[in-house]
Write a protein that binds this ligand. Structure first.
Ligand code: ADP
Ligand code: ZN
Length: 750
């Protein structure tokens, strides 16, 4: 028998080994093994079992350290593995299949893909926590002294515990407890101590709620799929489309309870930003110790322990951000992707996977049900639900019929014409803020500011300069005063007048959260203002701290970026102001309109969550834009989505095509531009079936002293494009000092 192994030393090169006869029957993918590598013996993981069981080579090894690629057709004597480290596989065979698929699909090195299921913290031996002595009281009659009897009563009262804890709690020496053990009154044994991220939190258990009629229908639909999958039938993913506050989470909880009864596990993905203590609390309150949390804020030790609790089966409900999708849950019955539309599910480094899409692939491989939940479906999932590829169920009302907030659209062109110096706060918004301060209620001001991607908008008429060929906002490149289209690579010089109304002044005036904070303090000196954006939340806990300050009403107004847009529930917030909806509306991004509507719907969901009714003010220069009209309740989501999909189809955009973005970066602008241009030319020659753009400067034209150029490819087949690329990459390197990255199903073009 031959096995292919990734070693701890070089994960990216696979080596083949022979398996001694006595280990052949135990061999399976995912096992951890000890193997010889050069003069050393190292840890490795079985990636693939190549030959049938039982046909071990019996000759002595002559060669090791052989590359997998070289093994085809060349006869070397393989070295034998030394031993198997543990009996249960470290990762499951399905997960190995998944990361192999992922490396292929996303054109990523296998090693980087493998790291998703074997993160460093999990493999590290130094992370293993020590065992400690655990004392468990026993039933029966024992001959004890008075002092010993008293101590035993105490130990019984607390139900046993760690030796260290008991000696401290009851002020006794360890020897006293050992004496109890000698008389059989307690047992003492070493046990592994799990570092528990939920320790020190008081969590009151909750029972399943009586469901609202729509929730009932949704759960029944999901239950049917769960039963089908339990019988081994394939099930398509289901889109759970429920407005904010409609009780999606309760539906997830009860669906999870159902798979647990069947002896299967569950994975719940939430956007990193929505993984608040409140969210975790809701799951822990229902499932207690069966919950494992995988969180970027965990210490390495906590991460190690949580992962191994999952692997051992001690925890079978996993909640976490996108990386939790790779948790070694043995037999998942349900994968929930909450807020499925969230762009943060796309990883922005290799492997550049989209957790929602990979979740559906894992679901298919594991034969489990995938629920995609959202108030604002992505066009991808909406299209799949419309075409019947996905199942669909909707929650249209908020729980207990709490009303949706009133939404007002403020036309900033009119505000400007009325002579307000109002680029930041319109008169109605000012008045609304003033009222909140007077009434002691709270307000959230939202500004989505992604610095570099500037569109060019006329302050007189609101017109935005667009590429006619692609129907997409031009990006203004300040460095060379050019307007560039990031789909086709087309460009033109900065015009001196507005193309629509002829007004001469045409400049982009931007402002960020910091300036808003200063201006707000000037207008309302008495207000307590809190700002939350990437600049102030870099510390591990500052995000939670700021939210706690706001929740406990130690601040009146919270200013923030999309960080504050979702998942948070503040009962005293009755006003949400969107300072400039146009920023995201005119991003040079095919999803600009979709994103804007999603953001507006999510921030609006922040207002009026409890007993106080809410108001939302949306400031915009484009009040007639469909995304704004839907948010204002002037158009239905279905109407907008139908039109948006028609436009995407006509333009050849996702979800009707796949887009691959190649980014070249280098210290020399000339070399980088040249490398990109050569690649674009070569790709165009291969086939006309794939649309390839000209090479052009990226929206983020320079970062960390490296110039950045991009090529965009579009085709109905992602695999076709990746294969094309692989062939080209094999024979043509991007050139010296130039790096190239491949982003399949690109979400953020930067
Ligand atoms: P969503 O996830 O759709 O935004 P949540 O699950 O957060 O909505 O539910 C909103 C609120 O309604 C929560 O406070 C939740 O406890 C409550 N809730 C959910 N379902 C029910 C129900 N069937 N009966 C009463 N309250 C419910
Ligand atoms: Zn264009």
């Amino acid at each position: 028998m031959t096995i292919r192994v990734a070693t701890e030393v070089v994960l990216d090169q696979l080596y083949d080994y022979a398996v001694p006869a006595e280990l052949v029957s135990k061999m399976q993918p995912g096992l951890r093994v000890r193997v010889p590598l050069g003069a050393r013996v190292v840890d490795g993981y079985v990636i693939e079992v190549l030959a049938e069981k039982g046909e071990a080579l019996d000759e002595l090894p002559l060669f090791s350290g052989k590359l997998a690629e070289q093994s085809e057709g060349r006869k070397f004597k393989l070295r034998y593995i030394h031993s198997i480290t543990d009996d249960i596989p470290y990762v499951t065979a399905n997960l190995l299949k998944l990361v192999t698929w992922m490396a292929d699909y996303y054109c990523a090195p296998f090693e980087q893909s493998l790291r998703c299921i074997l993160p460093a913290a999990v493999r590290s031996k130094s992370m293993r926590s020590k065992e400690q002595l655990y004392v468990a009281p026993q039933q029966g009659e024992f001959k004890l002294t008075k002092r010993q009897s008293e101590l035993l009563v105490e130990i019984n009262r607390v139900g046993g515990g760690w030796m260290r804890f008991l000696t401290r709690e009851f002020s006794c020496a360890p020897q006293t407890i050992h004496n109890l053990a000698e008389r059989g009154a307690v047992t003492i044994e070493p046990r592994q101590v799990w570092r528990d991220p939920l320790a020190n939190r008081k969590i009151l258990p909750t029972k399943p709620m009586e469901l609202m009629p729509e929730q009932r229908v949704a759960l029944d639909t999901i239950s049917r799929l769960i039963d089908l999958s339990a019988q081994g039938q394939k099930t398509a993913p289901i889109l759970l489309h429920g407005v904010t506050g409609s009780g999606k989470t309760e539906v997830y909880l009860q669906a999870i309870a159902q798979v647990l009864v069947q002896g299967r596990g569950a994975i719940v993905l939430v956007p990193e930003i929505a993984l608040t203590p409140q969210t975790v609390q809701r799951f822990a309150a229902r499932f207690g110790k069966r919950i494992a949390v995988l969180h970027s804020a965990l210490s390495e030790g906590e991460r190690f322990d949580e992962w191994h609790r999952i692997r051992s089966g001690a925890a079978d409900v996993v909640i976490g951000p996108r990386s939790a999708l790779f948790a070694p849950v043995k037999c998942p019955g349900l994968i929930v992707v909450d807020e499925e539309h969230e762009p943060s599910y796309k990883q922005d480094e290799s492997p550049r996977y989209h957790a929602r899409d990979v979740a559906t692939v894992r679901g298919a491989m594991e034969g489990c049900v995938v629920v995609l939940g959202t108030a604002t479906p992505s066009m991808e999932s909406w299209n799949n639900a419309q075409s019947g590829k996905y199942n669909y169920t909707a929650l249209t009302a908020r729980v207990s019929n709490r009303p949706m907030p009133d939404v007002y659209i403020i036309d900033m062109r009119r505000e400007a014409a009325a002579g307000q110096h109002a680029t930041m706060f319109s008169a109605p918004l000012m008045e609304a803020i003033r009222l909140r301060l007077e009434r002691g209620e709270q307000a959230i001001l939202f500004l989505n500011r992604r610095g570099f991607a500037n569109s060019l908008q006329c302050p007189e008429c609101g017109d935005v300069a667009q590429c006619d060929a692609c129907n997409l906002a031009y990006t203004y490149h300040q460095s060379d005063s050019c307007l560039r289209c990031h789909i086709c690579g087309g460009w033109k010089h900065l015009p001196s007048t507005c193309g629509e109304c002829g007004a001469p002044v045409l400049k982009y005036t931007g402002y960020g959260t910091q300036r808003v904070e200063i201006a707000l303090k000037k207008c309302f000196p008495q207000a307590r203002v809190l700002r939350m954006d990437a600049d102030v939340t870099t510390r591990k806990s500052s995000h939670d701290e700021l939210l706690t300050i706001f929740r406990t009403k130690q601040a009146d107004i919270l200013i923030g970026t999309q960080m504050i847009a979702k998942g948070l529930d503040f009962p005293n917030v009755t006003l949400v102001g969107v300072l400039n909806a146009d920023i995201s509306l005119h991003m040079p991004d095919i999803r600009a309109s979709e994103r804007t509507w999603q953001l507006l719907a999510q921030v609006s969901g922040r207002a009026g969550r409890a007993d106080l009714p809410g108001e939302v003010y949306i400031q915009t220069y484009s009040p007639d834009h469909p995304a704004v009209r839907v948010a204002g309740g002037h158009e239905s989501f279905e109407t907008m989505a139908t039109r948006e999909l028609a436009e995407r189809r006509a333009g050849g955009y996702p979800p009707f095509t796949h887009m691959v973005c190649l980014t070249f970066s280098g210290r020399s602008e000339q070399k980088t531009a040249h490398a990109a241009a050569c690649y674009a030319a070569a790709l165009k020659k291969i086939t006309a079936a794939v649309k390839v753009s000209e090479a052009a400067p990226a929206p983020l034209a320079k970062a960390r002293d490296r110039y950045r150029y991009q090529i965009l490819m579009r085709s109905t087949s992602a695999i076709k494009m990746v294969n094309m690329l692989r062939k080209l990459m094999a024979c043509q390197s991007p050139g010296e000092d130039v790096r190239m990255s491949v982003d399949v199903d690109v979400v953020n073009m930067m």
